[in-house]
Design a binder for this molecule. Structure first.
Ligand SMILES: Nc1ncnc2c1ncn2[C@@H]1O[C@H](COP(=O)(O)OP(=O)(O)OP(=O)(O)O)[C@@H](O)[C@H]1O
Length: 251
């Protein structure tokens, strides 16, 4: 469980109360600069709250060691660390460091978790490739494998599908859904409203540093809200019980 009752001044996060827990895939939406990354960073204790507090797994995040926090929540940041000539498998193994693993010293359970994450991300054929030789989309999946290898109860992913082709976008969101089906929780930033409508249990809408709506797809995804939050005209089409979001023109 990630719980936030906090505000920050710079970058701006208006007073925000939010809890995301096991069994839900919450998608954080909002235009560029709305404060999505800021909210995540305050929630994870990576930016100080100027008022209030953030809790992870029930404890104030500033009382957790980085390793303890990493065992509770796997964070896939938007700007990922530069990849150097490290094989993909070693990059994924970084996800086990919070469990006491070190490169060249993976216990059987660490190696098994890394193998599961590589398989889930369809990276087995690339396991021995130096990460700096990967395409942008392959590298994004390698970072996801690192996050999944941690096998933390919560996953927080900031635009995890940004550089992926359509098939891999769906693959990543299915992996996050599988994580939720196994009892985990996920907080994921997306810019694709159609993907959000398809995969989210809950939508968190941000604008101007504030959470302006929080609820199910059925309750919160409306053309009016898309217009208000993003400044674009959108049509919602219900086809075979699934909502499709078609973005038309800027308003
Ligand atoms: N260290 C900082 N000091 C001052 N302002 C900042 C700082 N970091 C970010 N900001 C500003 O805070 C606002 C929110 O930024 P944030 O990265 O949280 O937005 P975002 O919703 O994640 O955007 P995007 O979709 O573009 O990634 C932006 O206007 C940004 O320029």
């Amino acid at each position: 469980m990630i719980a936030l009752h906090a505000a920050a001044h710079a970058p701006l996060l208006r007073p925000t109360s939010l809890a995301v827990g096991p069994g839900e895939l919450a998608v954080l939406l909002g235009p560029n600069g709305a404060g999505k990354t800021t909210l995540i960073r305050v929630a994870l204790g990576l930016l100080p709250a100027t008022e209030g507090e953030a809790r992870v797994g029930g404890d104030p995040v500033d009382r957790l060691s980085p390793a303890e926090r990493a065992r509770r929540v796997a964070y896939l940041p938007q700007s990922r660390p530069p990849a150097w000539a490290q094989p993909v498998r070693d990059l994924a193994a970084l996800g086990r460091f919070a469990h006491g693993a070190a490169l060249g010293r993976l216990a059987p359970q660490d190696a098994a978790a890394v193998d599961r994450a590589l398989a889930a991300c369809a990276l087995e054929p690339l396991a021995h490739r130096p990460a700096h030789t990967l395409s942008g989309g392959e590298l994004a999946r390698a970072h996801l494998a690192r996050a999944l290898a941690a096998e933390a109860p919560m996953v927080v992913a900031d635009e995890p599908v940004a550089s992926l082709d359509p098939r891999h976008q769906h693959q990543v969101l299915r992996l996050l859904r599988d994580h939720v089906a196994r009892g985990g929780g996920a907080l994921v930033v997306l810019h694709d409203l159609d993907l959000a409508a398809r995969y989210a249990d809950r939508l968190l809408w941000m604008q101007g540093g504030a959470l302006v709506a929080d609820g199910s797809v059925a309750d919160t995804m409306t053309p009016e809200r898309v217009a208000q939050v993003y400044g674009v005209a959108a049509r919602l089409i219900d086809r075979d019980g699934r909502l499709h979001v078609v973005v038309d023109d800027p308003l």
